[in-house]
Design a protein around this ligand. Structure first.
Ligand code: AMP
Ligand code: MG
Length: 404
């Protein structure tokens, strides 16, 4: 048995980044960037107007008011998308629109709602500070500046920025290819179970597929296999075709728990089996080939989920080249007393966390059994209770990992 922290170190030490690939930005959302990206030009690329209105010289309009409007000659129009640079002389204004190139000589834009056009002239009804309503060339981004770092998650906002700087393709991580195998004599396919016949619908594979796809992996379910050595061996034998193989069930000390033995016989190097955590204690981790990883997860659905979120997720993120591999932790205040009899494991309590009066609060769910998936549906976070801690009083702070 090893401690959770040591298990995590072991997992990350043996997980490698996958190959990269080049994709059009339209297909890159959800991937992780595998290059530093510098801006090829200043942003904004030219000084332009932030409003529809008139480009003027500040000196001309500084005393304008409703009682004493300033009259200026309209020297022309600076249309959007038009690169022809116009000029504003003293006593003149140039009509323009949001995004129009700022005419030379102008230093201020007066929004159209404070003006009135009259036969080739414009009345200015209000004064504005010098430089108002102007977006300066390069005020947001300088040419050559690194905008996005290798390891960044590409979200819709990164896609927008990439398009803004004229990027058509980017280097990203390739998707981890992950195989799932469900083991258990009692398991049956969804849609085939009759109530009370001793069978259990194999649900873990559906949850895992969704968890894996949410992180950005490609999955294949290799099927439900019986607790028979030959069947497990057959299902597991093609493991080397994948970046990661996850089994569920058959990891405990029971008579029919053969997964570890078969994995070892097939050449998977099991690095640990058993971690001092609750739930998911019997979790195993192994390695194969050049960077392949194996996770043997316990079959109880909550154990499967917890082992995934705490150990498999960081491994996937590292494979994908992410800077941020760990789920975020926040501090939350417990709303009622917590007590446990045994404190020999680090416990990941399923809690509901919410924000109220400037801080996070959390309440453990009643049904904490590792077979009770409702705790993950009603809950939204794991509160961490360290080894040696038996009691936590209401009002004390806990570290909490949100899983949704
Ligand atoms: P095991 O880890 O094989 O001892 O299984 C522990 C518990 O998890 C048992 O009650 C199993 O029926 C249940 N279980 C195992 N595999 C699955 C699965 N694929 N889907 C849902 N429950 C499962
Ligand atoms: Mg079993």
């Amino acid at each position: 048995m090893i401690k959770f922290e040591d298990a995590l170190v072991e997992v990350l030490a043996h997980t490698k980044e996958l190959e990269r690939e080049r994709l059009p930005i339209t297909e890159a959302c959800g991937r992780i960037l595998r290059e530093d990206i510098a801006s090829p030009f200043d942003m904004p690329p030219f000084t332009n107007s932030a409003m529809d209105g008139f480009a003027v010289k500040y000196e001309d309009i500084k005393d304008a008011s409703y009682d004493n409007p300033v009259e200026l000659e309209i020297a022309g129009i600076s249309d959007t998308g038009n690169g022809n640079k116009m000029k504003v002389n003293t006593g003149e204004a140039v009509k323009l629109f949001t995004g129009s190139l700022l005419p030379s000589g102008a230093d201020t834009v007066v929004p159209v709602e404070y003006t009135e056009e009259r036969e080739g002239k414009v009345l200015i009804y209000r004064s504005f500070k010098k430089g108002s309503n102007i977006r300066e060339k390069g005020e947001e981004i300088r040419k050559g500046e690194i905008l996005l770092r290798k390891g960044t998650d590409i979200t819709p906002y990164e896609i927008g920025l990439l398009a803004q700087i004229n990027r058509v393709h980017v280097w990203v991580n390739s998707k981890p290819r992950v195989a799932i195998i469900s083991t258990g004599d009692e398991l049956t396919e969804i849609g085939t179970c009759t109530e009370g016949d001793g069978k259990i619908i194999s649900s873990n594979n559906y949850m895992l597929k969704a968890l894996l796809e949410r992180v950005g992996a490609e999955t294949v379910h290799l099927g439900i296999v019986k607790d028979r050595k030959d069947d497990i061996s057959e299902a597991l034998s093609g493991y080397s075709r994948f970046d990661m193989v996850i089994t569920t069930g058959g990891m405990s000390k029971g008579e029919k728990d053969y997964v570890k033995q078969i994995a070892t016989e097939l050449g998977i190097d099991i690095r640990f089996h058993g971690v001092l955590i609750k739930p998911a204690k019997p979790v195993a981790f192994g390695i194969f080939g050049d960077g392949g990883v194996f996770f043997g997860l316990p079959g109880n659905p909550v154990s499967t989920a917890v082992a995934f979120d705490l150990l498999v997720y960081p491994a996937l993120r590292k494979m994908m080249g992410a800077i941020k591999v760990f789920p975020e932790r926040i501090k939350a205040r417990l709303t009622r007393d917590f007590f446990r009899k045994s404190s020999d494991r680090k416990e990941f309590l399923r809690v509901k966390v919410w924000f109220e009066d400037k801080e996070y609060l959390c309440t453990p769910l009643e049904k904490q059994g590792s077979h009770m998936l409702t705790s993950l549906v009603e809950g939204n976070a794991y509160a961490i209770v360290d080894i040696g801690v038996r009691e936590i009083k209401a009002g004390e702070y806990l570290e909490v990992i949100r899983f949704k």
